[in-house]
Write a protein that binds this ligand. Structure first.
Ligand code: 5RP
Length: 257
């Protein structure tokens, strides 16, 4: 991949330390510079992609972007786009997407990604497979030397049926791996807390894999996880990103395939 450094935009002032959300906003806004009128645009999910969607809405309101159709990757992004007045559609109507903008949880030096800590990996992967250009927007904390080495989750979407069986089989695929069902805490009417499985927009569960070392060979992991019955898809996105925009304390880097 080739890299290019660009200065921080006017959003930042010299000597001001930017927080993580400000860096995410810079990356998201930078990606929207690649959007032109008439495009079918894939709208990602997460706190970084949200800034890009906000910016598209703002430019449309100002009349600086026209005839955009957004393809949202989650119910949440769909709601955001609709609230901003961005016309939305789906892959059934548009099987080719001009450009997608989405965040990532980990980015390796070859632009491979871990995605889905927000739980939307399946719709993200479906849309990002269909796009001509896929711009990943991240702050510098997401850069890793090898996927899965962060000790943080690598998500796998599974059908709820016998999820414990699937979780065990997933864990057994790797050395030193722990598989955990993702849960959310809910409050009952009597005020008591209750832990429930996190349910994706597709009605499935997420099994998060935690590696002691790392994922190992990415192609092997990609194929073996997908082959397990009960698995719907996983958060390893290999060779899909065409551009990665990284906002860091010292500036923005744009890396192209
Ligand atoms: C959601 C995702 C997100 O893109 C990923 O989790 C990054 O999120 P954020 O920009 O909030 O750090 O894959 O499924």
């Amino acid at each position: 991949p080739s890299s290019m450094e660009v200065g921080l935009s006017s959003l930042s002032t010299p000597h001001v330390i930017l927080n993580q959300d400000e860096l995410k906003k810079i990356a998201g806004y930078k990606a929207v510079e690649f959007v032109t009128s008439g495009m079918i645009v894939g709208l990602g999910t997460g706190s970084t992609a949200k800034h890009a969607v906000d910016r598209i809405g703002e430019l449309m309101r100002q009349g600086r972007l026209k005839n955009i159709v957004g393809i949202p990757t989650s119910k949440k992004t769909l709601e955001q786009a609709v609230s901003l007045g961005i016309p939305v559609s789906d892959l059934d109507s548009y099987s080719v997407v001009d450009l997608a903008i989405d965040g990532a949880d980990e980015v390796d030096p070859y632009m491979n990604l871990v995605k889905g800590r927000g739980g939307c990996l399946l719709r993200e992967k479906m849309m990002e497979c269909a796009c001509k250009k896929f711009i990943v927007v991240v702050d510098e904390s997401k850069l890793v030397t090898h996927l899965g080495r962060s000790g943080l989750a690598m998500p796998v979407e599974v059908v709820p049926f016998c999820w414990k069986f699937t979780a065990k089989r997933l864990q057994d695929l790797f050395e030193d791996c722990v598989a955990k069902l993702r849960t959310v805490v809910c409050y009952c009417q009597d005020g008591n807390k209750m832990e429930q499985p996190f349910v994706t927009d597709n009605g499935n569960y997420i099994i998060d894999l935690y590696f002691k070392k790392d994922i190992g060979d990415l192609n092997v992991a990609n194929n073996t996880i997908l082959k397990l019955a009960g698995v719907v898809d996983h958060g390893i996105f290999l060779d899909m990103a065409t551009t990665v925009i990284v906002a860091g304390k010292l500036g923005v880097t744009i890396k192209n395939k």
